[in-house]
Design a protein around this ligand. Structure first.
Ligand SMILES: Nc1ncnc2c1ncn2[C@@H]1O[C@H](COP(=O)(O)OP(=O)(O)OP(=O)(O)O)[C@@H](O)[C@H]1O
Ligand SMILES: [Mg+2]
Length: 810
């Protein structure tokens, strides 16, 4: 087995007489995105088409074809005469990724891979020598030709030579044969096993994608191929396969014959699947925005840790501009910028999914990133928290904004994790990139003492961070019971208005609410007067199990302490339990991890085009199939859309919605774990489909909440109204006539929530009463902190011990 060095250049040496067809497929992602390579070049620099290399192009007995891969980490599959000759999926043997594990040199042809810079001369020359010396002297090359002349049409070659035959010839012989040769029962049984092994081979199913035989059609094609084979096979061919038995070698032998069979038998299927794959093409997303591409944009990346002035500086340019847009990761932050900018005398409107406040004469708008318009032309755009491009669910909104915004100047604010990928994107789009690097105004200091497991040690200005709603209320209750402090709370399910009211309560010195208890919802951009961030725990439920909170998130949250211009410009952070301290320090010390891929999601038009290729599929199935078949290139991933599919399944019951309506309904910001909100969304969709005015069908609560289930009820009601308002903005016209009423109800409920939180002194319940708490799910009742301890212990086993530093800059 010869192994090639690092690959960027491919050279194929082949005897002239033996290469009748060569096909080279390339992908820089996976087999889904394979495409024929168009830059095959002969030694004499003539281009060779990817299919059916014509004989006359081969000017000498040895043919040199080389092709430069477009990217270092490209994958490839090389077919010669229909046989899969080599593919990167056979194994990787170097760290540059595009390695070729070469098959045995059978002296007919072989592939060699070398680095473009510093081509390994020895290997190339050795290769040429091998080919020049050998191809015609090798007895194998002539066996197929001579022996097939001597035998009958159903006997291509002797058993020992079958493996060296051209699969195209084998296939042609099979096709011509009128019937099969008789075999013993035991041999048939082995053949059955071989074909069943073939049909179940993941390798073959994957390889078949390269010729556009889809995963779902592969089993049918494999079955038909087996029937065809059984009807026609010669004893020699069967004996050869029987000698191999059900194994990978047999699969690799059969595969190119299978390819020939499929190409001839299923041209329509292949064409259809090919069109489907092409319609799910998400490669080159920068080409989706031709107007933005026609502009010469300047991208200014404000790169730095938390509390380093990134947003502040970007907003200075935003306010100076004649026309500007600020794209926020959260409604609350959009509202904050809206207030701040208007207060400074720059008229600014507010656009979020739920509300549109158009300020007269304004040329500026603060919006949530999902709502930004790529039709408007701006002088300056700001995209805040750009590292969210890598968010598994929402990342696509940042990617779209960066690729599609029509602005002369675009300011990106974020940590360094996406800097490299932004550089790559800018080189694709042709935009100029300017980088501004920032350091934190004041270093964050870790308090080694911790709270020693006792919440009585909280002090004024502390923000205690907990990662579940239940934990938040437990902490609030404990602090208020055992100390003189009062706590305001911030968590994800609270409406932005309530969060703001709670933040103001905490920031304002003229009241008793001097401690904040919050979830990771405080982690982004908010300016709060926090002196010290105390982590109640450092593990959280990720929807599946309890895991340590990722370092990037720990940094982001801890960075809320000690903001410039606040009452506490020097930030402190610590943990409740001393067990967790070393994990906190480790997180703060960790450099930002470089992001390799950012999120994408198709526009409706792309999904519609894809739908046109499939008959009789439901919308959730369509989303499923899109996910399976879409092509992406190496810098992008398809955003997770489980929540969208969940809504899509629910809406299957609703008749009469167009594809576009379904698509839009599925993006409604509904909490899929809130049955009440889901029920109302279903009702809204039903009324909409019946073309009757969509009502709210929900009354107002009696007053503020007296216990946790009433508080949950207020949160749910607000969710329902938020969904209604969001839908009313999506579906213009008269369909959602009760916007004013919904706004008034939402604002009233946000107030009631605020009042309830001020009074709240009860034990928390659960939204899904009766369901086990995350800690109690499989894996046992583990204390979150012990998880961190185990994580640290594991790390210590791998790393050399480090001194715990007290002062850590983040
Ligand atoms: N040059 C400045 N003059 C006055 N105040 C400033 C200046 N730069 C930043 N600030 C203030 O410092 C605080 C932190 O700045 P900013 O919000 O821009 O940080 P950031 O780097 O965007 O942080 P994060 O990553 O948390 O969003 C803000 O209150 C901001 O108003
Ligand atoms: Mg910021």
């Amino acid at each position: 087995m010869a192994r090639g060095p690092i690959a960027s250049l491919f050279r194929v040496y082949a005897s002239k007489s033996k290469v009748s067809r060569a096909r080279f497929l390339l992908s820089n992602q996976n087999f889904h995105s394979f495409r024929p390579c168009n830059n095959w070049v002969l030694a004499n620099h003539q281009f060779v088409p990817p299919f059916d290399v014509p004989d006359h192009r081969f000017s000498s007995s040895a043919v040199l074809i080389h092709s430069q891969l477009p990217a270092n980490n490209s994958n490839f599959a090389l077919f010669i005469n229909g046989r899969l000759f080599s593919s990167s999926f056979q194994g990787r043997d170097d760290e540059n990724g595009s390695s070729a594990e070469l098959e045995e040199n059978n002296n007919v042809y072989f592939v060699e891979t070398t680095n473009v810079e510093g081509v390994n001369k020895n290997t190339v020359e050795d290769g040429v020598d091998d080919v020049n010396e050998d191809p015609f002297s090798n007895p194998i090359t002539s066996v197929g030709e001579h022996e097939s002349q001597d035998r009958g049409s159903n006997e291509i070659v002797g058993k020992n030579n079958v493996q060296f035959c051209d699969p195209v010839e084998i296939y042609n012989e099979l096709r011509k044969a009128e019937k099969n040769d008789r075999l013993k029962r035991s041999e048939w049984e082995i053949l059955q096993e071989i074909f069943s092994y073939f049909a179940n081979s993941g390798w073959a199913a994957n390889q078949a994608l390269a010729i556009y035989i889809g995963m779902s059609f592969f089993p049918t094609a494999a079955r038909k191929f087996r029937n065809f084979f059984f009807k026609k096979c010669s004893s020699q061919l069967s004996m050869y396969l029987v000698s191999l038995g059900p194994c990978d070698v047999a699969v690799r032998f059969l595969f190119p014959i299978f390819v020939e069979y499929c190409i001839e038998e299923y041209p329509d299927e292949i064409k259809r699947f090919r069109s489907m794959i092409e319609s799910a093409d998400l490669t080159k997303p920068h080409t989706w925005f031709p107007f933005a591409r026609a502009m010469k944009r300047r991208i200014i990346y404000h790169c730095g840790p938390t509390n380093s002035g990134k947003t502040y500086n970007a907003l200075q340019r935003f306010m100076e501009a004649k026309k500007g847009v600020y794209c926020s990761p959260l409604r609350l932050l959009a509202m904050e910028v809206f207030d701040k900018v208007n207060a400074l005398g720059v008229y600014c409107s507010l656009h979020t999914g739920q509300e549109k406040k158009n300020v007269p004469f304004s040329n500026h708008v603060a919006c949530t990133v999902e709502m930004v318009s790529s039709d408007e032309l701006y002088d300056v755009a700001v995209i805040d928290e750009i590292q969210m491009m890598a968010d598994p669910f929402r990342g696509y909104a940042w990617t779209r904004a960066l690729l599609g915004l029509k602005a002369d100047e675009i300011h990106l604010c974020g940590d360094p994790s996406v800097l490299n990928i932004v550089r790559k994107i800018c080189s694709d789009t042709g935009d100029e990139l300017i980088e501004h690097h920032y350091g934190r105004f004041k270093p964050l200091v870790v308090e080694a003492k911790t709270l020693l497991g006792d919440l009585r040690n909280v002090r004024s200005g502390d923000c205690v961070v907990a990662f579940s709603r239940r934990e938040i209320f437990e902490v609030k209750l404990a602090i208020e019971k055992h100390t003189k402090h009062r706590c305001s709370v911030i968590y994800g399910a609270l409406p932005p208005e309530t969060r703001r009211q709670q933040a103001n309560l905490f920031n304002d010195q003229d009241n008793e609410f001097d401690v904040l208890v919050a979830s990771d919802a405080v982690g982004m951009g908010l300016n709060l007067n926090i002196r010290r961030v105390v982590f109640n725990s450092l593990s959280k439920y990720n929807g599946d199990k309890i895991v340590p909170v990722p370092a990037s998130q720990v940094k982001q949250i801890a960075g809320r302490a000690g903001r410039r211009g606040s009452r506490y410009p020097d930030g402190l952070t610590t943990t409740l339990h001393s067990d967790d301290l070393s994990y906190l320090i480790e997180c703060l010390k960790q450099p930002f991890e470089e992001v390799k891929k950012v999120g994408l999601f198709p526009f409706f038009e792309q999904v519609e085009l894809f739908a046109g290729q499939l008959a009789d599929v439901t919308f959730p199935q369509l989303l499923e199939k899109f996910g399976e078949n879409c092509r992406l290139d190496g810098s992008y991933f398809l955003c997770r859309h489980d929540h969208i599919k969940k809504v899509a399944y629910m809406l299957e019951k609703v008749q009469g919605l167009s594809l576009e309506d379904r698509f839009n309904f599925c993006f409604a910001p509904v909490n899929i774990r809130d049955p009440k909100a889901m029920y109302h969304l279903l009702k809204f969709a039903s009324s909409y489909s019946q073309k009757v005015p969509v009502g709210i069908a929900m009354g107002m609560p009696k007053g503020s909440a007296q216990n946790d289930s009433e508080l949950l009820d207020l949160e749910s009601r607000h969710q329902v109204l938020s969904v209604y308002l969001w839908l009313s903005n999506q579906f213009k016209g008269e369909t959602f006539p009760y916007v004013k009423k919904a706004e008034a109800m939402a604002s009233e409920i946000a107030n009631l929530l605020g009042q309830s939180l001020i009074q709240a002194r009860w034990k928390p319940g659960s939204r899904q009463a009766g369901k086990p708490r995350p800690q109690q799910q499989k894996g046992g009742c583990e204390k979150p902190s012990s998880l961190i301890r185990r994580y640290i212990e594991r790390r210590k086993e791998n790393d050399s011990p480090q001194e715990c530093s007290e002062k850590v800059a983040v």
